[in-house]
Design a binder for this molecule. Structure first.
Ligand code: GNR
Ligand code: NI
Length: 177
């Protein structure tokens, strides 16, 4: 088992649009296990492959209290959305910031499981919010994109400063951000 590194906003790689997965094999299942380990250790309730710099359409979620309801979505597609709900969201790629985001209240999602079997799920509340949040990651989108530019830039500057302190490279080029 391998714990993976999570990319942080404003890393440009988080803006990559993930491509569909064509084969669900043991290699992929090993990676899925690493993603669950990374998500549980973080800790978080969801993780998209984009966040660990793997740009294929794969995400894992567990919104249960006891971390015993792992859900793996491969090539997820939302086929129905209903209602509007506002929830305070956080993101492992935007550590320490929590803001209200408006999303569909109830959704139906179609995906493949880790055995390559197709399934469909209709859900609401936290799980529906989390699924929409993770699919956004696969499309290169972050919850901060729903905030005002002022709020987003404040968050970006704080995270850039925190990162500089971590690396100790105060004058490194920022062209890659
Ligand atoms: O751990 C997480 N919590 C969370 C809370 C409210 C709405 C969405 C989330 S997802 C987040 C983990 C994460 O960043 N997934 O991409
Ligand atoms: Ni996230």
């Amino acid at each position: 088992m391998t714990k993976l590194d999570i990319l942080r906003f404003p890393d440009k790689r988080l803006r990559t649009k993930a491509v569909e997965i064509s084969t669900v094999d043991d290699n992929l299942r090993t990676f899925v296990a690493d993603m669950f380990e990374t998500m549980y250790e973080a800790p978080g309730i969801g993780l998209a492959a984009t966040q660990v710099n793997y740009h294929k359409r794969l995400m894992v979620i567990d919104v249960s209290e006891d971390n015993n309801e792992p859900l793996c979505f491969i090539n997820p597609v939302i086929t129905h959305k209903e209602g509007i709900e506002v929830m305070q969201e956080g993101c492992l790629s935007v550590p320490g910031f929590y803001e209200d985001v408006e999303r569909a209240e109830s959704i139906t999602v179609k995906a493949l499981d880790k055995h390559g079997e197709s399934f469909e799920l209709t859900t609401n509340d936290l799980l529906a919010v989390c699924i929409q949040h993770e699919i956004d990651h696969l499309d290169g989108k972050l919850f901060v994109d729903y905030l005002s530019p002022l709020k987003r830039n404040r968050i970006r500057k704080k995270l850039e400063r925190a990162e500089k302190e971590l690396t100790g490279q105060k004058n490194r080029p920022t062209a890659n951000l």
